[in-house]
Design a protein around this ligand. Structure first.
Ligand code: GLA
Length: 396
């Protein structure tokens, strides 16, 4: 009996200890009431990062209209780090970042922008650089000293680590660092972060990597429509300060058509996705800039209600997505994945509106407005394109 009691006490003790390690002392800081907007080096530049590149991109964000459109974070992804010093402090690659990270963060801040870095919960990053496993508190303090505002935290070389526990340790470390730092969880959706990450991080990847192509897998990455399909059932898990992240934008990287990039950007806005540009902002063509800075589409993404769209209808290659917005408006995307243009419409019934209610409609890509529509609305949707509408109830 005594042995049984002792065993029970031990089990309860271990349970309490396990719980203890998962407890966060400070609440999650309110840093992402709407989805974060910014730029990240990975999609275009992969490991070819340097302080010169980051300065160029910061200048471009500030000077091209991107900052005015709401983009803020300049995030260096993998390969900025080289080694640890004798005291375990993480060191930037001295050849690529001779001025050091602090000076670079200052440069970014001086342009009215925020600065982000990448690390990994394992012993190595996905690019084989030192990860933060075992160095979480030391790294977080270093990030704070450097002036880091955003950490993308990856999941390579994590062995049998539990994702919730590992990300909770880094969340704790960041909250004790003395600086407000957004935590971007990048474990590819494997452990269903939407079910545990709300107290921990501000956004979490829901899939493996996106690639700059319309469809189809390649290595660990997926084409645009495959990523979109993986988001359709996750709408309940997203909320202010805890966003589903379908990965960074490929708009402007050259692998898709302008129409396809408009669809990409539209659906990301419908999903309340973080808008993290992944192109070369210093060399944007007019179409790329027009897409990335479309204020009406960005307003849907940044809607303060923070509700993710649902795919409410699908038939063959045609589908309808609806997102409720603050004040009773609805954003609607009629999406045509097919090879030919299609006539599409959404009915008020599908929007859960009375058929006779009038609404003012705006086409968010052409800017065309139609007043006092009732019952249904639609039009011709290009192959691989969208018709994206904002509908505002305007009375009976
Ligand atoms: C993983 C992530 C990517 C990128 C690379 C860097 O694949 O999912 O977004 O950060 O690692 O190596």
């Amino acid at each position: 009996m005594r042995i049984l009691f002792a065993a029970l006490a031990l089990l309860i003790g271990l349970g309490a200890q396990a719980h203890e390690t998962l407890r966060l002392d400070a609440p999650k800081p309110d840093l992402a009431p709407t989805p974060p907007m910014g730029w990240n080096s990975w999609n275009k530049f992969a490991c070819n990062v340097s302080e010169q590149l980051i300065r160029e991109q910061a200048d471009a964000m500030a000077g091209s209209g991107m900052r005015d459109a709401g983009y803020r974070y300049i995030v260096i992804d993998d390969c900025w780090q080289k080694s640890r010093d004798a005291d375990g402090n993480i060191q930037a690659d001295p050849e690529r970042f001779p001025g050091g990270i602090k000076a670079l963060a200052d440069y970014v801040h001086a342009r009215g922008l925020k600065f982000g870095l990448y690390s990994d919960a394992g012993v190595l990053t996905c690019g084989g650089r030192p990860g933060s496993a075992g160095y979480e508190f030391q790294d977080a303090r270093q990030y704070a000293r450097w002036g880091v505002d955003y950490l993308k935290y990856d999941w390579c070389a994590t062995g049998p680590r539990n994702a919730e526990a590992a990300y909770t340790i880094m969340a704790k470390a960041l909250r004790q660092s003395g600086r407000d730092i957004v935590l971007s969880i990048c474990e590819w959706g494997t452990s269903k972060p939407g079910t545990w990450a709300h107290p921990v991080g501000h956004l979490w990847r829901t899939t493996g990597d996106i690639r700059d192509a319309w469809a189809g897998p390649k290595d660990w990455s997926h084409g645009l429509v495959d990523i979109i399909d993986m988001q359709a059932d996750l709408w309940k898990e997203s909320a202010p300060n805890g966003w589903n992240d379908p990965d960074m934008l490929e708009v402007g990287n050259g692998g898709m058509t302008t129409t396809e990039y408009e669809s990409h950007f539209s659906i990301w806005a419908m999903l309340a996705a973080p808008l993290i540009a992944g192109n070369d902002m210093a060399k944007m063509d007019a179409a790329t800039k027009r897409i990335l800075t479309n204020a009406a589409v960005i307003a849907v993404d940044q809607d303060p209600l923070g509700r993710q769209a649902r795919r409410i209808w699908r038939e063959g290659s045609l589908e309808i997505w609806v997102r409720p917005l603050q004040g009773g408006d609805r954003a609607v995307v009629l999406f045509n994945r097919g090879d030919k243009p299609a006539e599409m419409r959404v009915s008020w019934d599908q929007l859960e509106w009375a058929a006779h209610m009038k609404a003012d409609a705006t086409d968010l890509w052409s800017g065309k407005k139609t007043a006092r529509v009732a019952g249904q609305i639609g039009g011709t949707v290009a192959s691989h394109g969208v018709l994206m509408l904002r509908l505002s109830p305007s009375g009976l």
